[in-house]
Design a protein around this ligand. Structure first.
Ligand code: ZN
Length: 210
């Protein structure tokens, strides 16, 4: 399979035989906040345009934005994203270098937000095709990542490339295949990128009904 980016010169262990692989050292990572993590500054009701105010509706829940005119409750929901760790026929993993913030210039596995009404698995396959040009077959669920105070919930799948040609779309600067021993741990975009790859390489995999 041709590579849209640089091929790693290192000879590494194959992903499928992970003996000898050790998790990367855990250290304080400088992961960027996503725009959806920022404090929300919504002022007007999306239903009627009336003013929103914060109200405590249930003692056990956070304050909600409530319309002072029509009573509409503006729930600020989590953002659901999928990511796909793709193994190539050469037993390497596909990463893309982001061309947009947050995480500009850093590596991440292909992924993106799930559209409303779209199934998670279909979104994972779609994002892989869009971001790196590969057709993939999902092999299972690695894990689901959520963080206190952060809006995104990231569902990470393991997949195998079954077709297509590795290339970069407008959201990435470069795509490349990496040996498991050559993952750029110090230059990954998000905490979920780090933890997803770590868990994948440690063998974490849950069956999914596709
Ligand atoms: Zn309203």
């Amino acid at each position: 399979m041709p590579s849209g980016g640089h091929a790693t010169p290192q000879r590494g262990i194959s992903v499928s035989s992970r003996r000898g692989w050790a998790p990367p050292p855990v250290k304080k990572m400088d992961f960027q906040l996503h725009p959806h993590d920022d404090a929300h500054t919504y002022h007007f009701c999306p239903q009627c345009g009336g003013a929103l105010e914060r109200r405590l509706l249930k003692a056990t829940e956070p304050e909600r934005l409530v319309c002072t005119r029509c009573g509409f409750v503006f729930y600020i929901d989590p953002k659901i994203a999928v990511g796909t760790i793709i193994k190539t026929p050469a037993d390497r993993l596909v990463l893309v270098k982001r061309a947009i913030d947050p995480g500009y210039g850093k590596w991440v596995f292909p992924g993106g937000y799930v559209d409303r009404g779209e199934t998670l698995t279909r979104a994972a396959i779609r994002e892989a095709r869009e971001e790196c040009g590969l057709d993939v077959q999902l092999e299972g669920l690695v894990n689901i990542y959520s963080y206190a105070g952060r809006a995104p919930v990231i569902i990470v799948y393991a997949a195998t490339a079954i077709g297509g040609t590795l290339c970069a779309d407008e959201e990435c600067l470069e795509t490349a295949e990496f040996d498991a021993t050559a993952i750029p741990w110090d230059n990954l975009a998000f905490r979920s990128t780090h933890e997803g790859l770590r868990d994948y390489l440690a063998g974490l995999l849950h069956p999914v009904r596709l």
